[in-house]
Design a protein around this ligand. Sequence first.
Ligand code: RUB
Length: 319
Amino acid sequence: MTDTEPIDAAVRATADEIATMEVRGAATIAAAAAEALAAQAEATGAATPEAFRSSVRAAARTLHETRPTAVSLPNALRYVLQRMEGESVDALRRSVVEAAAEFVDQLDRARGDLGRVGANRLADGDTVMTHCHSTDALACVEAAVEQGKAIEAVVKETRPRNQGHITAEQLRAVGVPVTLIVDSAARRYLDEVDHVLVGADSIAADGGVINKIGTSGLAVNARERGVPIMTAAQSIKLHPETLTGHTVEIEARAETEVIGEETRAEVGDIAVENPAFDVTPPRYMDAIVTEHGQFPPESIVTLMRELFGEGAADPWAEP
Ligand code: RUB
């Protein structure tokens, strides 16, 4: 069946914002995608249940195509589409709007719950090193601060997009003293920190952690220095397709994020690559902290099976 209902402008705007990284970070992308499906449900002029379903699925496909690595995006779409039910357009619309609101609510609660789990790993007086900007990772520091612990942070700037600046700002907002460093200084500062704390875009069934490029090198260095490293990742970061052997696609972003066109012309004929994420093998990660508790990476598959069964559907596909 072909889609007859247009994609709502709000959906297109959200898809653009995700693609250009105005909206970024796995959990934030997931919430925006769920809300965009609700916007499509509210706006569509579909006259029949079949046309309604088709229009929401088409919106989901538009959102799904934006960025490939954070599984929270397809997991958000799955959550809402699997709850799209009803015999009439009105009932279908209600189900989508309610499911999207429920999803966003669960995201917030999961972040709070995992934050309290992660905070238990942090002691009063600890210093954490961060990479990129992760709302799940920040939740652990925020919960520790709420528990009355004094926490300091060494924040990697995270080239090429400098998401470390966002982390620095948000940590300062909760009163955490911050030292900003360039990425290549990380190993030098590992001796001064008690934990490395990162987020995740996807977690594979073998416990591999897919996160911002640079995480795996940081993890190897942390292991060599004996500094524990944890990933804070609510369960929407678990990648169900990896249960059946699929690998996670690593997004390649624009070369201009690495070097401006003018400078590049001055430098001469060079190749530039800009992978946005990398995979940290489970042996270099000490713990994955979720809203269901803390897991050694090798055991995360048990939670994945419990939540997703043996795999994942693609409910946005055209029937
Ligand atoms: C963001 C990034 C974050 C994870 C987790 O990459 O790698 O660590 O998405 O974030 P980008 P959160 O800036 O390219 O989106 O914990 O907020 O879901």
